[in-house]
Design a protein around this ligand. Structure first.
Ligand code: NDP
Ligand SMILES: O=C1O[C@H](COP(=O)(O)O)[C@@H](O)[C@H](O)[C@H]1O
Length: 535
């Protein structure tokens, strides 16, 4: 096997590349300096998207719909696209298409009118024959559509359990990489092969490093896209713009003004048939170590030198390195009652389905500010948000502390919004202060804008070769360094999950942790109602 090569492309933009030009150019992710691989990569030619694990949950719910939506919006080449599904399950092309169609009720007529089709290949993950067949089918599509001269692009998406990544990656590397574009190790026709891998990337530092080394032997870092779909969410993508393009926030975003920050993920349903997977990982590996930690990076990092992916990721790594070891007294774990009734969950499972953890960042900006990372399944609502609580005003003459503190809330989902809780004069003759808000609710402000799904954005980024919103290897290592000691203590039974009622706020101990150890001050009697729900 030849060693992996760095992709270098030299062909001028083709007509197909121009066809791929985005109708909307997002502000953050589309700016590259001339030296970046993205700027050099020609984004045109035949495109094969190969979904390994095509029979699975992620493929059905997220990946296929995202590809269809991108195509529908004109982001993918009209006549040079082909989707290949690969998995062990026996299925025909039509059965796979029906499966995809069935999920989101995608319009039959529209799917049938696509000039390309979904091809399904059934094969084992551990035998070469399946990959040889897959490779032949891709080559045949490329020859039919492009001949041998134009650039060909192969996007391999591993929608599979991480345990099979090394095996599948070795097979892909050996049999399915793009042969046309390599001449003496250099891509001369603008072609590429890229590989998307899903989280969780390992179970702890050691297993993640093993996985990274395995993949590193097969692919270069710029061929590997470690996807964390929270980085594709609209409000998460807005974080750098909000923080670094608004004078308001520049002087306030630090330990002098901010009392605490919460990053919260709540789901109002349990494991729903994914208990087998979930029980092996638990809520910290499933949500906090990746999704919430990525959000924390963007909330706390210093301003990058520029928006090139490496500059942004350098800053993320830097702030992660300043996160302090997690103390047991800063952790509350929970397991919802009824979790073990799921037939795929062992009857004696102690896996946490809820965790609230206080992190501390030891740097000049954040020393002393508690960051509360809270995630749970089967809670009272489904939402994800970042809540920045400011300190009290010194010398308060209005007795505002009783009203509540200023908060800046960024709601990732549902109903994207940003609002600022502030104290104003209650309208009327009395000089009385009350809580109100400045509100930017996306549904109201951007009524004609369809907010893309995170997976749409990130899959498009992989096709464009933009790695800003993907996790770099060193970033992943530090993320595991932060959580591995705690995870090992949990695995050894040193920390126990307390039971909580389904549909509740989680264990009451988590509220105590928030109030007592993180100093969060709740505003009684104030609830933000999204404008869409107001009469
Ligand atoms: N589902 C979701 O909402 C999300 C999933 N992810 C990640 O995406 C990846 C795929 O997830 P998901 O689709 O839910 O997983 P699934 O359990 O649905 O697995 C996907 C496919 O992999 C094959 N497979 C399952 N178990 C094994 C095994 N032990 N050995 C070999 N092959 C197996 C099956 O295909 P066959 O038997 O036909 O070969 C299955 O259809 C995971 O890494 C997950 O963490 C990330 C975010 C959200
Ligand atoms: O990665 C995962 O994310 C989903 C939640 O994603 P969202 O975009 O709907 O917030 C979660 O349900 C799943 O357990 C986890 O693996």
């Amino acid at each position: 096997m030849s060693p992996p090569t760095t992709e270098t492309t030299v062909a001028p933009p083709s007509a197909a590349a121009r066809e791929l030009a985005s109708p909307v150019v997002p502000l953050v992710s589309r700016q590259f300096d001339d030296a970046s691989p993205q700027a050099r990569t020609v984004a045109g030619g035949c495109l094969s998207v190969i979904l390994l694990g095509a029979s699975g949950d992620l493929a059905k719910k997220k990946t296929f719909p995202a590809i269809f939506n991108l195509y529908k919006q004109g982001f993918l080449p009209n006549d040079q696209l082909q989707i290949f599904g690969y998995a062990r399950s026996k299925m025909t092309d039509t059965e796979l298409r029906n499966r995809i169609r069935g999920y989101r009720d995608m319009e039959d007529s529209w799917i049938l009118s696509c000039s390309w089709q979904v091809t399904y290949i059934s094969g084992p993950y551990d035998e070469e024959s399946g990959y040889i067949k897959l490779s032949e089918q891709i080559a045949s599509h490329e020859n039919n559509k492009c001949g041998t001269t134009c650039s060909t692009r192969r996007l391999f998406y591993l929608a599979l359990p991480p345990s099979v990544y090394p095996l599948v990656s070795r097979m892909v590397r050996k049999h399915c990489m793009n042969p046309h574009s390599l001449v003496f190790g250099v891509h001369v026709t603008g072609g590429w092969s890229r590989v998307v891998v899903e989280k969780p990337f390992g179970k702890d530092l050691a297993s993640s490093e093993d996985l990274s080394s395995e993949l590193g032997k097969l692919f270069t870092e710029d061929q590997l896209y470690r996807i964390d779909h929270y980085l594709g969410k609209e409000i998460v993508q807005n974080l750098l713009v909000m923080r670094f393009a608004n004078r308001f926030f520049v002087p306030l975003w630090n330990r002098d003004n901010i009392a605490n920050i919460q990053i919260v993920f709540k789901e109002d349903f349990g494991t729903e048939g994914r208990g087998g997977y979930f029980d092996e990982y638990g809520i910290i590996r499933d949500i906090i170590q990746n999704h919430l930690l990525q959000v924390l990076c963007l909330v706390t990092m210093e301003k990058p030198v520029s928006l090139t992916p490496e500059h942004v990721r350098d800053e993320k790594v830097k702030v992660l390195r300043a996160v302090q070891p997690i103390r047991d007294e800063d952790v509350v774990l929970g397991q919802y009652e009824g979790y073990k009734d799921d037939p795929t969950v062992p009857k004696d499972s102690v896996t946490p389905t809820f965790a609230s953890i206080i992190l501390h960042i030891n740097n000049e900006r954040w020393d002393g500010v508690p960051f509360i990372m809270k995630a749970g399944k089967a809670l009272d609502s489904r939402k994800a948000e970042i809540r920045v609580q400011f300190k009290d005003v010194p010398g308060d003459i209005f007795k505002c502390q009783k009203q509540g503190r200023n908060e800046f809330v960024m709601r990732l989902q549902p109903s994207e919004a940003m609002y600022m809780k502030l104290t104003v004069k209650q309208p009327g003759l009395d000089m009385k202060a009350t809580q109100s808000e400045l509100d930017l609710s996306y549904q109201q402000r951007y009524q004609d804008v369809v907010i893309p799904e995170a997976y749409e954005r990130l899959i498009l980024d992989t096709i464009r070769g933009d790695q800003q919103h993907f996790v770099r290897r060193d970033e992943l290592r530090v993320a595991w360094e932060i959580f591995t000691p705690l995870l090992h203590r949990i695995d050894e039974g040193k920390l126990k999950a307390v039971p909580y009622e389904q549909g509740s706020r989680g264990p009451k101990e988590a509220d105590e942790l928030l109030n007592v150890r993180a100093g969060y001050v709740r505003t009684d009697g104030y609830i933000w109602i999204p404008p869409s729900l107001k009469a």
